[in-house]
Design a protein around this ligand. Structure first.
Ligand SMILES: Cc1ncc(COP(=O)(O)O)c(C=O)c1O
Length: 371
């Protein structure tokens, strides 16, 4: 994909037509699942309105994201406050706005939901025994699987609607078996609840669906087949499946247009290429070099050689890649444009307000919001 643009560098150009295509492809791969967009991946009003029109639900992580969705006309009934870390006041504000679905992973949070969002439906996030993803959550979220059933029983006793179990296999998860493992564990939790006469209405299989960056990832059809087979085998027939993607809906819809600021042979003997985009103005997911983005230049027909790629700030950590093997044209020089592909997820919203005086990443939206 080559996108040319004459706008000031750096900027992110997002194509709405690709968002729609991604949504429909996922819907085709998982026709009975409810698709809940994780707003944090790309909180652009145009994307929210488009996905609302397509019939998506919305995973919101904060009062700010609730307000953003409300301002686009989204019905709060299709929002789920999916962040297990939330203050009592935030729960109350969400409830006052009409949100009636919440995720939790601790007894404390459950108590707060029962008090400030009475009668709501809750999903209990457990830590699935899935293989590690490219950008893992570690132990930050999720109770032990056997605790989830107890917490959902407790939810029922507190007057809440025990929706069902919820897991997230980690973002950019490359192994489809991760969902099979999670669904099997969710099935055991569902069975434990059904044995106590508490019906399980939903199983949320989270996000984590990968896209192809420098390395290819399994596509939605392959994932859909694994997920459908596991759900058929392990979940009660009447359970609704919820899938909660961020990256898979928006990752390949954006291209960052950047510019080479400087090229030098550093004392370490390596060629360093400094761009006007870095870790702090959009490329946050290069932390630990987790995500290996693809680069495109106007000199791609010239010979290539390895390069370290760094950002523009005076910060030592503002280096995108020094371990990942990045090959760039040997002729690349200051002023050349560099496009960074598949940068539609977790970029613009991550960019800092003014670190080193650099402004947040500008976004340009192209394509049709409505067909
Ligand atoms: C609660 C929740 N749901 C869904 C997602 C979306 O994950 P992904 O972009 O990997 O699909 C995230 C990402 O952090 C999340 O925190």
């Amino acid at each position: 994909m080559t996108v040319s643009n004459s706008r000031e560098s750096p900027c992110l150009v997002v194509d709405l037509n690709l968002v729609r295509a991604n949504y429909r492809a996922l819907h085709a791969a998982l026709p009975t699942a409810r698709i809940r967009f994780a707003v944090k991946a790309s909180p652009l009003p145009e994307i929210i309105r488009l996905l609302d029109t397509e019939g998506a639900e919305f995973d919101v992580a904060s009062v700010g994201e609730i307000e953003l969705c409300l301002a686009q006309g989204v019905d709060p009934a299709v929002m789920c406050y999916g962040n297990p870390i939330k203050k009592a006041g935030h729960i109350a504000t969400a409830y006052a706005a009409g949100v009636r679905r919440f995720a939790f992973d601790t007894e404390d949070d459950l108590q707060r939901i029962a008090e400030h969002a009475p009668g709501s439906e809750v999903e209990c996030r457990f830590l699935a025994s899935a293989p590690q993803s490219q950008t893992p959550f570690g132990n930050k979220f999720g109770c032990a699987p056997d605790e989830a059933a107890q917490l959902l029983v407790r939810a029922h006793d507190l007057g809440l609607r025990a929706g069902g179990p919820y897991f997230h296999v980690g973002s950019q998860q490359l192994d489809p078996l991760a969902w099979q493992i999670g669904i099997e564990q969710a099935g055991a939790i569902a069975d434990a609840l059904v044995a106590k006469n508490i019906p399980v209405s939903v199983v949320n299989i989270g996000g984590g669906l990968p896209i192809s960056y420098a390395d290819a990832a399994p596509g939605v059809d392959e994932l859909g087949a694994v997920i459908t087979a596991a759900a058929t085998r392990h979940l009660p027939e009447y359970t609704a499946l919820i899938v909660e993607p961020g990256r898979a809906l928006v990752g390949n819809t954006g291209v960052i247009h950047s510019e080479v600021v400087n090229v030098r042979q550093a004392p370490d003997g390596r060629r360093w290429i400094y761009l006007d985009i870095g870790r702090y103005n959009g490329m946050a997911e290069t932390e630990n070099e987790y995500i290996a983005y693809r680069f495109q230049t106007d000199r791609d027909d010239d010979p290539v050689a390895e390069a370290v790629v760094a950002g523009p700030t005076c910060d030592g950590d503002d280096v995108l890649y020094q371990r990942t093997r990045v090959l760039l044209p040997t002729t690349l020089r200051a002023g050349d444009s560099v496009r960074i592909l598949e940068t539609g997820a977790y970029t613009a919203s991550y960019s800092s307000v003014s670190f080193n005086g650099f402004p947040p990443l500008t976004v340009h939206v192209t394509g049709a919001e409505r067909e």
